[in-house]
Design a protein around this ligand. Structure first.
Ligand code: SF4
Length: 448
């Protein structure tokens, strides 16, 4: 390490959205001349990109910060940054706990990191949490993968789910224009990226803040139209999108996914609860019957489509019968993957103030029962792959077995098989599936 070089380290908590923000912030730091350091203790700039969905993640940030704050006492030039949702939610309060911090910045400010650090180097301690119009990203993100990339298409969320902090921390919806998204995807295609996941907190809201209504009364800019716009970008072979909202999911979107060959037949549509009373209390805006109809419609058009979702157990007031309604939905639908969580009251959300909170014991017991069912169902879903030839986009070596590479099926199942990563990385190859597990597959390269 030469004395003039400056190093940075970013620790990211939470969702894909945070990981995408971290990649953009890393790109900005590298444009400023910073170099990535694996070891945070060698870094001159430490950035924690935080998540406030679970209390445990929030507490972890404070413990990491405590250690780095001590380091700053020895090395006053160390720059400490807290970004993301905890920064947005707690703002000034974090400074009271950790006065050594240089910069506290909410997620809407991620693209402004360079300007904010300039103000820090002028000697200011900065809190950037005010709502702003998100500036178009002009830097190139430092992406974790060279094969798959995320592209934000809409920031923020206008929904008001009663358990969720996102609208408080990520602000109102702001869609990027289709021109900007297309431009970014063309660059990715040229750089060799094979798969793009379009991201939005509620991706079905894409375009509703952009101007333009067609004569038919339909909005000019929708996710469906965007898929048609970006589909033919050369080099990009697969397109995914997340996260879908059952309230706004349309048959037109399903038809587009069926028609457009690069769009993967994989849908991530959180249902959160299988009980209508709980869905109402969550302010989700749909019933479990509507959710079932959406999945049935997808399967009408694409019988093999993969379906994944998110679910919460132990929401305030959830009875045993209401929880069983969630189990029933999971059992009936048979998800390929389900992200489950026990409800965790988050500050600033309506449900956190309700008096009918459940005990941790009940929540944990329900979570375990749900997870057991999820694994059984995912294992059943995996059976359909046995003996089939699947198209796998090869991403990396298998870290646990160097003779193997790993990639994903169209439906997003992780798949391992013997092969040389130097020859296969970034290729879509045929693999005959010989072994199936709940959440992953093993196979052999199928030679034609
Ligand atoms: S749709 Fe609901 S759960 Fe999703 S980010 Fe918006 S408020 Fe949160």
């Amino acid at each position: 390490m030469t004395p003039s070089q400056r190093y940075y380290h970013i620790t990211t908590f939470g969702c894909q959205m945070n990981r995408a923000d971290s990649e953009r912030m890393a790109g900005i730091l590298e444009d400023m001349g910073f170099i990535w350091s694996d070891n945070p203790n060698d870094a001159d700039l430490i950035l924690y990109n935080t998540c406030t969905i679970r209390d445990s993640a929030e507490q972890k940030v404070y413990s990491y910060l405590g250690r780095q704050a001590k380091r700053k006492h020895q090395n006053p030039d160390l720059i400490l940054v807290v970004a993301g949702c905890v920064a947005q939610q707690e703002g000034q309060k974090i400074l009271r706990r950790v006065p050594e911090l240089d910069l506290i910045m909410g997620p809407q400010h991620a693209n402004r990191l360079g300007d904010l650090l300039q103000q820090v180097s002028d000697g200011s301690q900065i809190i950037a949490t005010e709502p702003i119009h998100i500036v178009e990203d002009i830097t190139k993100p430092r992406r974790e993968s060279t094969i798959t990339a995320w592209v934000n298409i809409i920031y923020g969320c206008n929904e008001r789910c009663t358990y969720c902090v996102v609208p408080n921390v990520r602000g109102t919806e702001q869609s990027r224009t289709s021109e900007e998204i297309l431009k970014e995807m063309k660059i990715l295609g040229k750089r060799g990226y094979k798969e793009v996941t379009l991201l939005g907190q509620n991706i079905d809201a894409y375009g509703r803040d952009l101007p333009g209504v067609l004569k038919t009364g339909r909005r000019r800019h929708t996710l469906t139209d965007l898929l048609y716009t970006v589909h033919d970008v050369s080099g990009v072979e697969r397109i995914r999108f997340a996260t879908s909202h059952p309230r706004y999911f349309t048959e037109r979107l399903i038809v587009a996914c069926k028609e457009l060959s690069k769009v993967c037949e994989h849908f991530h549509i959180p249902f959160q609860s299988g009980d209508n009373e709980i869905l109402k209390a969550m302010k989700r805006g749909y019933t479990q019957e509507k959710y079932r109809r959406i999945i049935a419609k997808i399967r009408d058009y694409m019988p093999d489509a993969s379906i994944s979702a998110d679910a919460i157990v132990g929401f305030p007031g959830e009875t045993e019968q209401q929880f069983k309604n969630t189990l029933k939905l999971v059992s009936d639908i048979g998800f390929d993957q389900l992200n489950t969580a026990a409800y965790s009251p988050r500050p600033g959300t309506p449900a956190a103030l309700w008096v009918n909170q459940l005990s941790e014991d009940i929540k944990n017991d329900r979570l375990q029962r749900l997870n057991y069912l999820v694994e059984q169902k995912a294992a059943e879903r995996s059976q359909r792959y046995l003996g089939r030839i699947e198209k796998i986009l090869v991403e990396e070596k298998n870290p646990k077995d160097k003779s193997q590479v790993m990639g994903r099926t169209q439906g997003n199942r992780l798949t391992f098989f013997k092969g040389d990563i130097n020859q296969l990385k970034g290729q879509i190859v045929d693999v005959k599936i010989t072994e199936v597990r709940a959440f992953s597959l093993t196979g052999n390269l199928a030679y034609k």
